[in-house]
Design a protein around this ligand. Sequence first.
Ligand code: MRU
Length: 344
Amino acid sequence: MIKTIEWVDGVVRMIDQTRLPTEKVFVDCRTIEEVSLAIKTMIIRGAPAIGVAAAMGVSLGAEEILAEDFAGFYSQLEKKCAELARSRPTAVNLAWGIARMKRVASDNKDLALPDLKKRLRRESQTICDEDIAANQAMGAFGQTLIADGNNVLTHCNAGALATAGFGTALGVIRASVNAGKKISVLANETRPFLQGARLTVWELMEDNIPVKLITDSMAGHFMQKKQVDVVVVGADRIAANGDVANKIGTYMVAILAKNHNIPFYVAAPISTLDLSLASGEEIPIEERSADEVTTINNKRMAPEGAMVAHPAFDITPHQLVTAIITDKGIALPPFTETLKKLAG
Ligand code: MRU
């Protein structure tokens, strides 16, 4: 599997997810500003991958700082981090990755600045490694919910490309396959940015996991025809009550699943929990450029001047969620209690 993001000779190398699946092109980021731009433009996307990119970006930012002492260093670092934090609003992993790096900086304020910079570089690699381990743990827990022969529907891309590797929702699918279960996947194309069609289908085909691409509007039909046994999706942020922010269209899938008595599982690491928010109502929803809706592959689909709305995420109320699969275990309702317990 191609690496989503890694350190290569002091630069942060990412696969350009805007060009997949037709081209495998890598982008090198040398500054925190370049990482921020890569996040904004979706070269790298998916909540956990954004968290890892943020941590590596902070390390690049730290590297550039010229300061006499820790106080001078930290005040410049804070400014850079504040700018990076504005890249995208919904995935909490961005703020989480930045906060962890800032904490490591202040916990090591007694180090000489060159050593502190090295310490930050190491921490960003640790965050990357921990993400893969968390996805494997999630897979191990999650695969217990998937039966041999299941048809699994997923939305967007919550795979290796959305993480440092293995994936969250697709990690559960990979772990099920690795456990010897025969699994087939229905992948919603996920308009408008087509993460399902471009990324999920590509990833699963690379791994020889049977996958069929459908348009988002076909999900209900296949549920009605009893061709979906279970839904597994990722998350960008989960509030304390279990409300889930994920790619636009997830809510619709959850409603359909409820109507057909199909389990609706959310797979996300603990770093995607935001227990400071009581409910999903408080989660900021990103509004992206109208061009993503009016065009497909730079080809205009709508009349010039058409008015457009483009919320990139929606909130699935916790009542529609059967269970939340985390790297620390599976949370069942009531989520307010179970998530708090798992988060420690
Ligand atoms: O806009 P994106 O592509 O960053 O949105 C990604 C999603 O909504 C994913 O489902 C979510 O981040 C979970 S990724 C493991």
